[in-house]
Design a protein around this ligand. Structure first.
Ligand SMILES: Cc1cc2nc3c(=O)[nH]c(=O)nc-3n(C[C@H](O)[C@H](O)[C@H](O)COP(=O)(O)O)c2cc1C
Length: 206
């Protein structure tokens, strides 16, 4: 089984990396492979609403988003970690997620398991968590939860190591997520994926 981790931070070895690494240790113990893609230091522009991805099945901007799409397709689980900037997820990770999810609209993400985590000096983690969960919630991706809010605190690079409660939360989240991923694998084998109806697009002019 595979988990894809998106690290929204621009800082290598920053607090988001520490939080994700704590989850990675649990995944390794659970026999789940992890690939991490760091996005925050990359030049990733936002969606320009050209809808070309509907025709091409990929984004017109051929960058890290298109490179990551096949990795998402292969993954059984997706973790998105974002540093909190002004009370919400940093702009680069949102630009990345908007384009990744929109341009892979035809990719069946049903029952991949998702988890969002937010990393901050002090405020905005639960709002950021809500923001990240929205990508999962409209994609048929069940959201894993832990034992408390999915947040780790720290300002300077490395400070998150002192947040024992936050790191324990990361481990609890990873254990629950691994359980869900394995349960989904079992469910797919035994029951198959839920039936899908043809999509009814909102159209009031008939
Ligand atoms: C532009 C900017 C805005 C920030 N806004 C917030 C904020 O609203 N709330 C907060 O608690 N921390 C805020 N921070 C602090 C970061 O969330 C914190 O340093 C975090 O540990 C960064 O994670 P990283 O080391 O993975 O990059 C901000 C940092 C920057 C650079």
């Amino acid at each position: 089984m595979k988990a894809l981790m998106i690290n929204g931070s621009p800082r290598r070895g920053g607090n988001t990396s520490i939080a994700l690494a704590e989850m990675e240790k649990v995944f390794a113990a659970e026999g789940i492979d992890v690939e991490t893609v760091q996005v925050g230091h990359r030049d990733i522009r936002g969606c320009i609403s050209c809808y070309k991805c509907f025709e091409r099945g990929k984004c017109v901007f051929d960058d890290l988003v298109n490179e990551t799409a096949p990795k998402l397709d292969e993954a059984d689980g997706l973790v998105v970690g974002a540093p909190v900037y002004y009370g919400s997820a940093n702009a680069t990770v949102i630009a990345f997620l908007d384009r990744l999810f929109y341009s892979t609209g035809r990719m069946d993400k049903t029952m991949k398991v998702g988890a969002g985590i937010a990393v901050a000096r002090r405020g905005g983690t639960s709002a950021t968590w809500d923001e990240l969960n929205k990508y999962f919630a409209i994609s048929g991706i069940p959201i894993a939860s832990g034992q408390y809010w999915n947040g780790v605190f720290g300002r300077e690079r490395g400070e998150a190591r002192a947040d024992a409660e936050g790191l324990q939360q990361m481990r609890a989240l990873a254990r629950n997520m691994a359980f869900l991923m394995k349960s989904v694998e079992w469910g797919k084998r035994e029951l198959g994926l839920p039936e899908k109806e043809p999509f009814e697009r909102m159209n009031f002019i008939r």
